[in-house]
Design a protein around this ligand. Structure first.
Ligand SMILES: NC(=O)C1=CN([C@@H]2O[C@H](COP(=O)(O)OP(=O)(O)OC[C@H]3O[C@@H](n4cnc5c(N)ncnc54)[C@H](OP(=O)(O)O)[C@@H]3O)[C@@H](O)[C@H]2O)C=CC1
Ligand SMILES: O=C(O)C1=N[C@H](C(=O)O)C[C@H](O)C1
Length: 275
């Protein structure tokens, strides 16, 4: 009987809020092994990533040098995975570099433009390398989106409100954009105008996502990540809401993506495709 080698993983953005959760979650598995941690934060250098993540010491290299770590991962016997929770400004280049080294990217970082996503899909395809881009790793959000798709068959009016902590760099959230995109996929256009509207303050009516769905972004300390999809029709309002209270909610999805990516040869967008 052959025993499967653990999947070697490099975490990029390891000192961040999500990166630390990922380090902790990987440390609790038997079939995934952390082989390196990358982060640009100066206070991260020289620290033990396990101690920083709160799961006890983990003797793995910790560095701000991404490419050398990709090169090291590429030398492993087993195909490697790079998990990215960094910043919208760096994620595109991180993904391209990983694929160029034959490393599979599992990406939670949001803020990629449609053009960047298109380009990355082509790049992954040419390299025959799996790449998972997942705007939201929580099962609750997948269920909310499925319920929203069902409701959208019966309602012509819908708006989205997303609420996040005030350290978030991008707006609207990747999840809100994806939700509007999912509702648009059935070819329907929402929110036929009933009056001529005037915005007395620019942005008062939010931004227009796919299928003319308005998205409103709220940023406050005290919040983590929350989303409402609100449908309206004569005499009724149907509200779907998802709340996170701990970033641990994303970890089953992250571990699932690491386990599922190895045989993939193309870019896949969205956790619902893995379930
Ligand atoms: N898909 C999902 O389910 C989820 C996605 N996210 C997304 O993940 C991303 C990260 O979120 P979060 O963990 O809250 O953010 P944090 O700011 O807490 O963490 C990001 C970390 O990455 C570091 N970093 C930034 N740029 C680079 C770089 N170029 N190379 C290496 N490290 C870098 C940051 O350093 P420094 O502090 O010095 O900038 C920081 O330590 C965001 O895009 C967020 O929207 C978040 C939650 C769930
Ligand atoms: O920045 C966050 O926190 C989150 N970002 C993702 C997004 O932009 O959708 C996922 C989740 O909302 C948390």
């Amino acid at each position: 009987m052959t025993s499967q080698l653990p999947i070697p993983v490099l975490v990029n953005g390891a000192a961040g809020k999500m990166g630390r959760e990922v380090v902790k979650a990987i440390a609790q598995t038997n079939d995934i092994i952390l082989i390196g941690a990358v982060d640009r934060s100066p206070e991260f250098q020289g620290q033990d990533i396990g101690e920083l993540a709160g799961c006890g010491p983990l003797e793995v290299p910790v560095t701000d040098q991404f490419e050398p770590m990709l090169a090291m991962l590429a030398q492993e016997k087993q195909l490697g995975v790079m998990v990215d929770f960094t910043h919208p400004n760096s994620v595109y280049n991180n993904i391209r570099s990983a694929i160029a080294y034959g490393i599979r990217p599992v990406v939670g970082t949001t803020g990629l433009s449609p053009e960047q996503l298109h380009d990355l899909a082509e790049f992954a395809d040419k390299a025959s390398t799996g790449c998972l881009i997942i705007p939201n790793f929580s099962i609750g959000m997948v269920l909310l989106q499925q319920a929203a798709i069902q409701a959208s068959q019966h309602f012509d009016h819908v708006e989205i409100i997303e609420l996040h902590h005030n350290q978030k760099a991008d707006a609207p959230s990747g999840t809100a954009l994806q939700t509007a995109q999912m509702l648009a996929e059935f070819g329907k256009t929402f929110n036929p105008p009933s009056v001529q509207e005037t915005e007395k303050l620019p942005g008062a009516r939010g931004s227009l996502g796919d299928a003319d769905i308005r998205i409103h972004s709220i940023r406050l300390p005290g919040l983590i990540a929350h989303q409402e999809v609100i449908f309206g029709a004569a005499g009724q309002v149907y509200t779907l809401r998802h709340d996170t209270s701990d970033r641990a909610c994303y970890m089953p999805g992250v571990l699932l993506a690491i386990r599922k990516i190895i045989p993939l040869k193309t870019l896949v967008y969205g956790l619902e495709k893995l379930l």
